[in-house]
Design a protein around this ligand. Structure first.
Ligand code: THU
Length: 139
């Protein structure tokens, strides 16, 4: 397997921290990921006066992925304002799972890990498929 471009991804994630809209937390986050067609998609967090409506950097990244033609995420990282690697929040692990699944490689503070290590026993599209009548299946 070819080496994953962690240095590039990390640099793109750091770049994205400068675009973050964080008037409330003052905690910019930048995210970048490699897509299976070779694209790099990125995102930054976008906060809101209604705090709970805040969009994490991963939300922007997934929008970039889908709006740019879709595909599967292969390698992902996100960083804080110091350029330090952080792990995605719980909700964003679910978001990443949908578009990368177990084989998505993630750069964590402890090094490269699989998405299945960050979200063990995940609920995903195949969980819906397992039930007759769910996800538009006819019974
Ligand atoms: N944040 C992200 O963008 N991604 C994460 O995975 C963790 C948290 C943002 C949300 C909020 O704008 C700020 O970091 C502080 O929680």
């Amino acid at each position: 397997m070819t080496e994953l471009p962690w240095d590039d991804l990390r640099a793109r994630a750091v770049e994205m921290t400068s675009r973050a809209y964080v008037p409330y937390s003052h905690y910019p986050v930048g995210a970048a990921a490699l897509v299976d067609d070779g694209r790099i998609v990125t995102g930054c967090n976008v906060e809101n006066a209604g705090y709970g409506v805040t969009l994490c950097a991963e939300c922007g990244l997934v929008s970039d992925l889908v709006a740019g033609g879709g595909g599967r995420l292969v390698a992902f990282c996100c960083v804080n304002a110091d350029g330090g690697i952080i792990t995605p929040c719980g909700r964003c692990r679910q978001l990443l799972w949908e578009h990368g699944g177990a084989s998505l490689r993630v750069l964590s503070p402890a090094g490269e890990v699989g998405m299945d290590a960050l979200l063990p026993q995940a609920f995903g599209p195949e969980s819906l498929d397992a039930v007759e009548g769910a996800r538009g299946k006819q019974s």
